[in-house]
Design a protein around this ligand. Structure first.
Ligand code: BEZ
Ligand code: FE
Length: 288
């Protein structure tokens, strides 16, 4: 150990693992240590910079609680969350995307064709499609959770003016795999910038905007669960999402809606404005 030097420290540390170390733990931790040490050597990390990095992590811990996790936000704004999503998304299925911090358990059930607009103001939209397997067959009994911002860019939970489960639902597909709901268009919003993740964005001249999106979790017995988001093609932030969540297969179109084209469970709805938009979006799940 007395002979430790920048050239020998990494290997010396890695050789300390005991024989019972789980092979995957050893693989992941070794790579992490090697990259961490190479990073410090590559940039010639100073004491001051090392201390600032540790302060950033300390502040992330201090600002995090049961409702907010600044470490997840670090991972999001540094692109790690999206990289892990992409590495693990099977081909030929709907891509996964970031969960975000605003999902809550216990969304109220809504039948297929139900209304989520309620008292919400904003441009109205019918979102519909099917849940399918990789061969295109409909998946019956899939549970779809949907949550989104109101017209002011805030989720219920962030906004005391909104009821607890405003613009949140859980819908179960029937034999045809179909889902459909009338709602409002979600609005773009900024990720929280009042903590150290915001400092990273500021320090590098990045903005905090996310394109507007609908969040979905789709689960069905025998299939891998999907956590994803769907983004409108005309959103100004589509190509500059602060957390890199957009994938080409997750982009949807707001098409002009026609009442005559709707299924009877929505077509007769009085609450639906004549100038509503229509989104058709299918989810494809891989087997478990
Ligand atoms: C969201 O989509 O709700 C979100 C995702 C990542 C960071 C912050 C917010
Ligand atoms: Fe979101």
């Amino acid at each position: 150990m007395r002979t430790v030097a920048p050239e020998t420290l990494t290997d010396m540390l890695l050789s300390l693992s005991g024989p019972d170390t789980d092979p995957r733990v050893q693989e992941v931790l070794s790579a992490l240590v090697r990259h961490l040490h190479s990073f410090a050597k590559e940039v010639g990390l100073t004491h001051d910079e090392w201390r600032k990095g540790l302060e950033l992590l300390t502040r992330a811990g201090e600002i995090s609680d049961g409702e907010r996790n600044e470490f997840v936000l670090f991972s999001d704004v540094l692109g790690l969350s999206s990289l892990v999503d992409m590495i693990n998304s099977p081909k030929g299925c709907t891509s996964s995307s970031v969960l975000g911090p605003f999902h809550i358990l216990g969304a109220p059930p809504l039948p297929v064709g139900g209304d989520m607009i309620g008292d919400n103001e904003g441009p109205q939209v019918v979102v519909q499609g099917h849940v399918r397997d990789q061969n295109g067959a409909p998946i019956a009994g899939a549970v779809i959770e949907l949550w989104q911002t109101a017209d002011n860019g805030l989720y219920s939970g962030q906004d005391p003016e909104q009821p607890e489960y405003n613009l949140r639902l859980a819908m179960t597909t029937g034999a045809d795999g179909r889902y459909a709901v009338s709602t409002i268009r979600p609005a773009p919003y900024m990720v929280p910038t009042d903590g150290p993740a915001g400092d990273i964005l500021n320090a590098t001249g990045r903005h905090a905007w996310r394109p507007s999106h609908l969040h979905f979790i789709v689960q069905a017995p025998g299939y891998r669960s999907l956590v994803t988001e769907v983004f409108p093609s005309d959103d100004p932030y589509l190509d500059e999402d602060a957390v890199f969540g957009v994938r080409s297969d997750l982009v949807m179109e707001y098409k002009p809606g026609e009442r005559a084209s709707l299924a009877p469970d929505i077509a007769a709805r009085d609450r639906l404005d004549d100038d509503f938009s229509l989104v058709d979006f299918d989810f494809v799940l891989p087997p478990a």
